[in-house]
Design a protein around this ligand. Sequence first.
Ligand SMILES: [Zn+2]
Length: 230
Amino acid sequence: MSAAEPPTALERRSAALATWSTARLLRSWPREPLWQRRIAELLLFARAEELDAAAWRRLQGLMASGRIDEHVVFFVRCRGAVWQRDLPTLLELFPAGCEYPDWIRAAGDLALANAHVLERWEALLRGRHYASLSASRREVVLSLGKLGAVVGPYAAELCAKYYVGDAADEALRAWTIARCTTPATGWVACGACRHGVVVEHRRGWWRAARDFTVCAICGGRPWLPRGVRA
Ligand SMILES: [Zn+2]
């Protein structure tokens, strides 16, 4: 959307959801998968700090209720695993889930360097796999960058050779190659975000909104070269 264009009905509804209280988001799940996904993202990216044990139980109960779209359930399981640093749950979703962007991102966030997973990611990058979708390949490159020196020059070579992407992805590719070919001691975690995402407070339509966005400091690539001021 350009600044001159008025927001569409979808954009207005999406913005309005960000003004809902966390309790209301937990209570009110529309039937449409699009809005279920939006609510799940708001809860997991913008409200996670507020979710106490009872809220997590409620969320888990909802996910098991059969009322929520299966892709949204999958997303919630992946992000819940990251939030609770629960590697076993993430691994339970492997291998069926490992080609999906949500799973790949979660594995990168949990710094999962597992030989079987890396093998599947290599196949995805080389495009040998039936599910070599561009969104999945992009997430693989991002996750390899999060792993950095752990996966080393071989991962950098794969990205250099097989990942082209568009112009916007060039910075990502360069970052991953740098991360994988230099020592981990040369990098510091971005202190401004959580896994490349920040909570965004803004004036909503009629009240304050709490949404999320990509971190402006690291651009969603949450390791910064040591000594470089953001
Ligand atoms: Zn950041």
